[in-house]
Design a protein around this ligand. Structure first.
Ligand code: AP5
Length: 191
């Protein structure tokens, strides 16, 4: 399976990506996690990405696209993958289309987690207290939401137009959301 998971900051993409990946035996590839790993290792990519992440802005497309391209070329992603947090701009969609076409496959589905704005802010503030993620401050959360609304939300309609959209209610217990996603994806035919 070649899947995407989308949704606003705090929708539960990372939480659910792990379960979906286990279920379909594919790697979950999170651009946010890869950037954070590079930031904590102090790599040149991490130093570059941190400037944008700390401000709630997107890392430039050229940097992000190259990183995803090299990750999905790895052997564990040959039979499929779940991308969490990519693509987020129309330029990234174009780039991903090219990457997938090159493999002779196509995307199977795009899971979109729908959530209520107040619930999300509550989740991120709770996470800020528990984990202290650098971009979980009130101002940066607000900016991440704005950037999502401007750059990424419109992509949902694009994937709807392609007939790939699987919209799932992201509210409720984590297990209940996971079950809804499985129920929706288990009927999607693999390309
Ligand atoms: P990224 O790490 O992807 O951040 P995000 O999109 O803001 O998403 P989050 O990780 O905050 O939320 P999530 O939807 O994954 O929810 P989670 O499962 O964690 O990206 C970070 C930054 O990297 C970006 O701002 C950007 O700078 C850069 N970046 C990444 N990709 C990029 C790209 N393609 N292009 C350019 N730049 C890029 O859950 C959130 C919290 O809620 C957790 O505490 C969790 O435990 C809790 N929770 C989850 N589900 C539930 C539930 N059902 N009920 C209650 N609590 C729940």
């Amino acid at each position: 399976m070649r899947l995407l998971i989308m949704g606003p900051p705090g929708a539960g993409k990372g939480t659910q990506a792990k379960f979906i990946a286990e279920h379909f035996k594919i790697p979950a590839i999170s651009t946010g996690d890869i950037f954070r790993a590079n930031v904590s290792q102090g790599t040149p990519l991490g130093i570059e990405a941190k400037k944008y992440m700390d401000a709630g802005e997107y890392v430039p497309d050229e940097v992000t696209n190259l990183m995803v391209r090299s990750r999905i070329d790895e052997p564990d992603a040959v039979a499929g993958f779940l991308l969490d947090g990519y693509p987020r701009t129309s330029q990234q969609v174009e780039e991903l289309d090219g990457m997938i076409k090159f493999t002779g496959h196509s995307l199977d589905a795009v899971v979109v987690l729908t959530v209520d704005q107040d619930e999300i802010v509550g989740r991120l503030i709770q996470r800020a207290e528990a984990e202290g993620r650098a971009d979980d401050t009130e101002d940066v959360i607000r900016r991440r939401q704005e950037v999502y609304a401007e750059e990424t939300e419109p992509l949902i309609e694009l994937y709807r137009g392609r007939g790939l959209l699987v919209e799932v209610d992201g509210l409720g217990e984590v297990d209940a959301v996971t079950q809804r996603i499985f129920d929706a994806l288990d009927v999607v035919p693999e390309s």
